[in-house]
Design a protein. Structure first.
Length: 482
């Protein structure tokens, strides 16, 4: 389901590539990735069987950039085509904002259903159904359809552009976004221009990419062992049962969080390496003043240490961010470390959290710089938020924290000004109604958060909310970045 934040002017939507086994769904995502992200700044996440077939899904985070002033992000998914993974497909398709149906054009595989946008793939193979035959069998409502050879990149971007145009136009109509600057009638042209900009930045074009041999895709594959039992049962009553669905839902959410964490690490590494290279260039510049060298060397050392902490956090002994543990003493960490500050705030409120069985998990990379403000004020603010959530969420539930640096457009007397904020997101079971969320966001009533909201504002920040799949809620605290 589409998520948008008007304060941050962001739109996040979900596109699912659906179709029978081996029709070319993953190949589509691989080509989109190679074409739009040749530097590998993002990763295609795949959960595969030992036979290198899609087991749960493929996930490709994709940013189209600015669309009528909105930062438009798309999560691209595929689903497994094999019959035994029906439950997996239902879970992945839940909340989709648009669907691309990838059909295998060969006569022998004509057993398919109607989607939103169609792709008639494998047009390079013999014994094909004609476009008219495929249209009659699959497309009685005359939806947009594209012939394709995904393995060579033909028809891939055309299909992707079309589904984004259809999806964003539908979102703009459904949520009446014309008043907020997104005119449905202008969406097709605006999306086409945005894609052209993405392709220019990537230094390629669909035609050029189609003419070259496929380059290796920057991807992370989680492969199941050939000795492991199947993730979804092939028979038996549990396949469609609540237990199976719940396990699948949790597994998919966990892998989405993994993909986001990996994307964040890649982004941090790229930013850090860019800063290091910039400082090295300045050091190498004979025209630079000798007095700048100590400052540049210290900047290099600081950035290298920050990247080392990011890598150390990725390769921790636990293999994943550890949950905050009980104890009277604050966990150790380097000065200015947001993860350490959060753990210290949790430790101060450990007793009431334990009394309700509420656990708090930090997914903040070690070494993350603090937002602007004194450490004591930040710790008091975070402690107040965590303590309030401990009372709000259901007993024996979990609160998970992550952070992300985000630019925000602020409106003032001098017009719109872009400022960098550090977003601290606390994911939890939904316990605040829409009215409470609106009052807290508007600043008219702090609600159950009490004094913590005032402390956030004193630091120059604000609070927003975003729904999560499965009925959860993400409380997002924005604090000015240092």
């Amino acid at each position: 389901m589409v998520q948008f934040n008007f304060a941050e002017r962001t739109i996040k939507a979900k596109v699912v590539y659906y179709g029978p086994a081996q029709s070319g769904k993953t190949t589509n995502l691989e080509h989109i990735h190679r074409l739009t992200d040749p530097a590998g700044n993002n990763r295609l996440i795949s959960l595969n069987t030992a036979q290198d077939r899609t087991l749960f899904f493929d996930l490709l985070p994709f940013s189209l950039g600015a669309i009528s002033g909105y930062d438009f992000k798309v999560q691209l998914y595929t689903v497994p085509g094999q019959v035994q993974y029906n439950a997996t497909r239902r879970v992945v398709l839940a909340g989709a904002d648009a669907v691309v149906f990838v059909a295998d054009s060969r006569r022998a595989v004509l057993k398919e259903k109607l989607p939103l946008v169609l792709q008639y793939n494998k047009q390079d193979l013999p014994d094909l159904l004609s476009s008219a035959e495929l249209g009659k069998a699959l497309n009685p409502w005359n939806r947009r359809a594209f012939p394709a050879v995904a393995s060579q990149g033909e028809g891939v971007m055309e299909t992707f552009v079309a589904v984004v145009q259809e999806m964003l136009a539908a979102i703009a109509v459904k949520y009446n976004l014309k008043e907020k600057g997104l005119d449905p009638a202008a969406v097709p042209e605006t999306v086409a221009e945005a894609f052209a900009s993405v392709l220019r930045r990537a230094g390629g074009s669909p035609a050029a990419a189609a003419g070259e041999g496929p380059a290796p895709t920057a991807r992370i594959v989680i492969a199941a062992s050939s000795e492991a039992p199947p993730a979804a049962p092939t028979a038996g009553p549990a396949e469609g049962g609540l237990v199976s669905e719940e396990l699948l839902h949790r597994s998919i959410r966990s892998n989405v969080e993994l993909a986001e964490a990996l994307a964040g690490i890649v982004r941090e590494m790229n930013l850090g390496l860019g800063a290091i290279l910039s400082q090295v260039e300045r050091l190498s510049d004979d025209a630079g003043e000798a007095g700048d060298r100590p400052m540049l060397i210290e900047s290099l050392r600081s950035e290298a240490n920050r990247l080392r902490r990011v890598v150390q956090g990725l390769a921790s002994a636990e293999g994943a961010p550890a949950a905050a543990t009980p104890g009277p003493a604050a966990p150790s960490g380097p000065p200015g470390d947001l993860d350490a500050l959060v753990r210290s705030a949790v430790a101060q409120h450990r007793a009431p959290l334990d009394a309700r069985g509420v656990s708090v998990q930090s997914r903040i990379p070690p070494g993350t710089a603090l937002p602007r403000g004194g450490s004591e004020e930040l710790q008091r603010t975070l402690g107040g938020l965590i303590s309030a959530l401990g009372d709000i969420v259901p007993a024996r539930s979990q609160v998970a924290l992550r952070c992300e640096r985000k630019p925000v457009l602020l409106k003032g007397a001098q017009g719109e000004v872009k400022r960098d904020f550090l977003m601290l997101a606390l994911a939890h079971d939904g316990a605040l109604g829409p009215d409470d969320q609106q009052r807290i966001a508007a600043g008219s009533d702090p609600g159950p958060f009490g004094d913590a909201v005032r402390l956030v504002r004193d630091l120059g920040g604000f609070v927003r909310f975003a729904p999560l799949p499965g009925g959860g809620l993400e409380t997002r605290v924005f604090l000015p970045a240092s």
